[in-house]
Design a protein around this ligand. Structure first.
Ligand code: GDP
Ligand code: IMO
Ligand code: MG
Length: 427
């Protein structure tokens, strides 16, 4: 009954897509459990590069069944265009399963996301503008539209009416926008229904039966621990639970079923959008990390903010997710620095703090306390085992492991599938 959760240990973009794809060949199901097309997961297979937003990265492994779980929010137009894009490139997508309980990102949710951000002005979150927050808000407010609603026109009509009731008041009276017509939305959503129908399934039943049959199931998180609505840097977060508990609610499996929780951890730190980021660099080093690491958003094309590795955050991720392993990515990007600073604690108003403060104001004031580790200059992209790494790179990995609270079981030394050092098998 191996059930693995693979999730981001920082602020997203840690390399989850690559890690999922790497395991894809040995797992039977890959399940997305939260988020939506705010995610951008890059997978490099040979000379082919894929950018996946909504579909689980397992879709690129022929033996694997990709599943979009109940906790995901689904924009049907994005789903269909991502599927056809992959079909055109010869990828078989016919095995996809989509939960009938997943919520739909409607066109009005996308509109509300954009106008809200504009209205917030300087206080904006810097969302991806994909309608994620408003769709989860509708879900919690019990005015959401679910995939299954597409197959009952009268229910769909009633639900869209209910959802637009208040929103149209806000749009016209507060945001000075035109009202959105119920019929138009219903017509658009019904237009997707037949094309999506072959994928719709009782995914909770399928996943639990698979686990009973001893199949290997991998739960692939979107975003990352510090973007979690409960455990992240609220309010500068996404509107779902990328942390390990989210895999249980977002896929319908009990916590007793989960056997391993793997945190994907970049060898330095990045963040997209607004919010606190203690180790952020505004100098040439930050610029170099961005350039060498190719740190530009897959979804929005925004430059990612870059900084040194933050062990306080890694320890926090170990704690809130119950991590059993880390997969350290992008170690190759650090090649060439003579000295590499690593944040081991914070200084907050003159005090040394070892753990992530729960208080938002404290975190905003946190200054990194750095320890500096010696770097390496040798090319490491061809390394196949830990002992192939230069001594200083080995020591950097060991130091991070020591500080972060869980074993590093794999190391990424390049974007390709085979550019990985496996220390301990995940299966
Ligand atoms: P995700 O959202 O967590 O899947 O990560 P993204 O795909 O948004 O960003 C990670 C980027 O790093 C992608 O361009 C990957 O191809 C790339 N990548 C992943 N692992 C490695 C690695 O070990 N080394 C290098 N150089 N690039 C990597
Ligand atoms: P992957 O899966 C990095 C960020 C946005 C913004 C905040 C809220 O590729 O790691 P949202 O549109 O979700 O309401 O935006 O969350 N964000 C991400 N940052 N990687 C992601 O996904 C992200 N998905 C959302 O930039 O700050
Ligand atoms: Mg990404």
């Amino acid at each position: 009954m191996p059930a693995l959760v693979l999730l981001g240990a920082q602020w997203g973009d840690e390399g989850k897509g690559k890690a999922t794809d790497l395991l894809g060949g040995s797992v039977d199901y890959v399940v997305r459990y939260q988020g939506g097309n705010n995610a951008g997961h890059t997978v490099v297979v040979g000379d082919q590069k894929y950018a996946l937003h909504l579909l689980p990265s397992g879709i690129l492994s022929p033996g694997c069944t990709p599943v979009i779980g109940n906790g995901v929010v689904v924009d049907p137009s994005v789903l269909l265009s991502e599927l056809s894009g992959l079909n055109e490139r010869g990828v078989d997508t016919s095995k996809l399963l989509l939960s009938g309980n997943a919520h739909i990102i409607t066109p009005y949710n996308v509109t509300v996301d954009k106008v809200t951000e504009r209205f917030l002005g300087k206080r904006k979150i810097g969302t991806t503008g994909r309608g994620i927050g408003p769709t989860y808000a509708d879900k919690i407010n019990r005015v959401g539209i679910r995939v299954q609603d597409l197959y009952d026109e009268s229910i769909l009509q009633q639900k869209v009416e209910a959802a637009l009731d208040v929103k149209n008041q806000l749009l016209t009276k507060l945001y000075n926008r035109r009202a959105i017509a119920v019929d138009q939305v219903v017509e658009e959503l019904l237009g997707y229904a037949e094309q999506i129908k072959p994928f719709v399934a009782d995914t909770v039943l399928v996943i639990n039966q698979a686990l009973e049959e001893d199949k290997v199931v991998l739960f692939e998180g979107g975003q990352g621990t510090l973007l979690d609505i409960d455990h992240g840097t609220y309010p500068f977060v996404t509107s779902s639970n990328p942390t390990a508990g989210g895999a249980c609610t977002g896929a319908g499996v009990g916590p007793t079923k989960i056997s391993r929780v793997i945190g994907i951890l970049k060898a330095y730190t990045t963040r997209v959008g607004a919010g606190p980021f203690p180790t952020e660099l505004f100098d040439e080093d930050g610029e170099a990390l961005r350039r060498i690491g190719g740190e530009r958003g897959v979804t929005t094309g925004r430059d990612r903010r870059c900084g040194w590795f933050d062990a306080v955050i890694a320890r926090y991720a170990t704690r809130v997710n119950g991590l059993t392993d880390f997969f350290l990515t992008k170690l190759d990007v650090l090649t060439g620095w003579e000295q590499i600073p690593v944040c081991v604690a914070y200084e907050i108003d003159g005090r040394r703090v070892e753990e992530l403060p729960y208080s938002q104001s404290d975190f905003h004031h946190a200054k990194p306390v750095y320890e500096t580790l010696p770097g390496w200059s040798e090319d490491i992209t061809k390394a196949k085992s830990f002992s192939d790494l230069p001594k200083n790179a080995q020591n950097y990995v060991k130091a991070l492991e020591e500080m972060s609270g869980a074993p590093i079981s794999a190391i990424g030394v390049g974007p390709g599938r085979d550019e990985t050092i496996e220390i301990k098998s995940f299966l």
